[in-house]
Design a protein around this ligand. Sequence first.
Ligand SMILES: Nc1ncnc2c1ncn2[C@@H]1O[C@H](COP(=O)(O)OP(=O)(O)OP(=O)(O)O)[C@@H](O)[C@H]1O
Length: 859
Amino acid sequence: MQFVPIAAKQLAYKIFVLCKLAKSEEQLAFEKQWLQGGHLWLAHRGGFTAVVREGDAEAGRIKVRVIQTGEIITVDEDDLEKANPPQLERAEDIASLRCLNECGALNLLRSRYSAGLYHARAGHAMLVLGPPKRTTPVYTEKVAAMFRGCRMDDMPPHVFAAAQSAHKCMLASRRDRAIVFLGRSGSGKTTAMRHCVWYLASVYAAQGSKLTPERLGAALDVLHIFGSSRTNSNTYASRFVSLTSLDFDGGGALVSASVQTLLPDFRPEQAHLRALHILFHGCDGRLRRELLLDQAPINAPNPYISCSEKADAPTEFIALKEAFQFLGVTEQEQMAVWKILAAICHLGWAGVVKGNTGLKYQFASTGCATRASRLLGVGVEELSRAVFAPPAPPSPQPAHALRTPSPSNERDLPGSDSLEAFVTGLYNETFNIVAALINRSISTSCRTSASILLVDTPGADNPLCAGQQSGAPLSKLLSNYLQERLQAVFHEAMLVAPRERYAQEGITLDDGTEEDWLSETVSPAPMVDLLDKSPQNSIVRSSQADLRDCDRRGLLWLLDEESMYPNSSDDTFLERVMTHYGPPNHTQYLIKKAPLVRQFSLQHLQGTNPVLYDVTGWVKASRENPVTKKAHALLQESQNEEIVRVWTWSRGACGTSTWSAAVGDASTLRRASSIRRTLTTGAAGMKRRSYALQTKFVADGIVDTLRRCGAGGVQFVCCLLTNQPREAADDVNVPLLRSQFRGFQLLEAARLYKQGFPEHMPLTEFARRYRLLATTEGENTEATNLSERQIVDDMLLTLDLDVTSYRLGLTQSQIRPGARDWHEKAQAQIAAGTFSDSIIQYLTQMSSPQTRKVQNRHS
Ligand SMILES: Nc1ncnc2c1ncn2[C@@H]1O[C@H](COP(=O)(O)OP(=O)(O)OP(=O)(O)O)[C@@H](O)[C@H]1O
């Protein structure tokens, strides 16, 4: 039995924490002196500085002494915040700060980071400070063993704690639970997600299951290699959304897993994809000859392959092949993947020119194109036709308001666009094959009871932060939009839902923030609306302003419309956006026209991440190029046996090209098909070719899936970037940390957690919890006259808890975070028999006859 060591471990941890928390006389005296000493933080643009109050100056100004320099300065009162005693500097939870303010919270995070403590909490939210400045052994088996079976309250902040708590919650409720990873690009979301997967696979492995942490690690390694590219913000930035489902049996053991991949954004010309890089610079010998790479004009420029940082490629390629092998991917299947990737490389060298007639496009190098066609198992003319022949005119279809018609200029695409679209299609097909192979390796047909879903998306990105002066492209807007949607889920779960619960229970909080939090500037909703508000079909209006509001549709819809209109351009798109949302509209605080042509900025995440965008090429990029689909048709006709076999199999396993899922488990399939339904039915089905709107529909699907996890069913891991990509990682970049901290609304979440009553329980459940401990002596079966509410009130009073630490709602008891030991107190009181007769009587009545029999035997 595991129980004894776990209990001992938890007890040891509690004692350790209590010893750390128990204050000596000396410490108490010091704390008192500190608080009386007028220690403050002076907040400024560059961060915050420790000062001591020296006295008042003119109205609203205060004289302070800077501790570090001794200088006396006069500052605005509003720039000062109370400092916490030093022993709270590295507290685990921001909500436990005595003076809960922004400087205090940032100081806590900075102090923890400097001490190598990369995790913290802000109430229910888990924070990861990343990337770590040195490799610390905090993700080891030894550490994982400490978390096994623990309750949230008993664990220090850690991503393992988030995984453990999701598992505990899933087991208790028998419902799916989710962990969402939020943050900017490069902040460590994918890494944190992988740590959670590793923890759950190590600690809750089913006996004899093939689903070892190593197998899952290999699967995620392979997927990340194929789905990432180098950017200014991250060496391996994710270019797809992943929904990793870990499926557990009734006993909580991991028996199956799967990954759904959504919104792949693979345009090799715009981002150097890691798999292409590794294959080209890493493969050698016979394989290189088989892939005809030995004949390639390697000194000629190739837009799909970068020549930098190629030293590690051979090692990475060997590791990739080993991972494939470990996952049971056969040599033939691997060969099919290598051949398609190598064909993409050859197409990069093949290039595009206009033919002799000056009318048609063709490959610039027939030799390279022939090599690509040989690898793909098709004739070179066939390949050339697939890439350059104008698409067939669309067959007449019933007119529908929402269907995206082909723009008139689509039949006259530049050759380079066609080649890029074709290569993108080929890469998408490869990625789908790889995802299907991975899912085959990690999914089983075992019966599962519930799942933990891990949601990882490409991070929010701001090119300015990475030192890039040009405006961001459409792909970054879509990543930023996804983060806004997930932040809206966070906002709802951490700030809106608890307040609604208090309101329903008739509990008022005396935090004085009632008006503030309702203000729309502190909610992500207006920005989400600006981006994705659907056009209204029926308009009920009472004024011209109402009509304007109803008619207003989100930027993504405007982009889709512009891409359909003849004579539309990036300029007309921006003009429409500014007419809808710029001055004098009430949304003008969210959007600004930039001085440079075709540029504008959006105040993402409540203005904490203003991003400059450049709309050049957006109208074209917002629609899927029809040539992309031709890669699919060409692979279908391939004569290459390896390609045909794996391609046909993967189509059967995956279905459509925008997602892939496991083959085995029913709940995973249910979830996968529910997102697929979101993507293929209604407006989403109609807008299948609108790249921009597909992002909205995928976001809808994810939010819907999270909603099904129920209240409290979603955990959030907020990854905070401590430095800009090229900055020395010695200390934390405070302004950067502050903007993310504000964007996540962590202070608000921590305040509500501290001032509110985050632990809640139905009154019946509250009382039922203690029925087994209730003494049965003098059992009286007569019903007590007291109401459930009175009984619980009586119980809580007897517990001698601080009356401000709990509230009795209409149907629930609500407990403050500081009063976590009430469970133990209640049990002690029951055991000591100090509860009143009526409580005991009530508790006894609640026991089933069987339970009472057991109790009688004990008594
Ligand atoms: N806990 C950690 N330990 C070691 N390295 C880490 C850790 N967290 C992040 N890193 C490193 O930081 C870099 C960025 O991490 P990661 O790719 O997980 O970020 P991300 O938030 O998923 O980025 P994107 O949104 O661009 O995909 C990686 O090189 C990763 O190895």
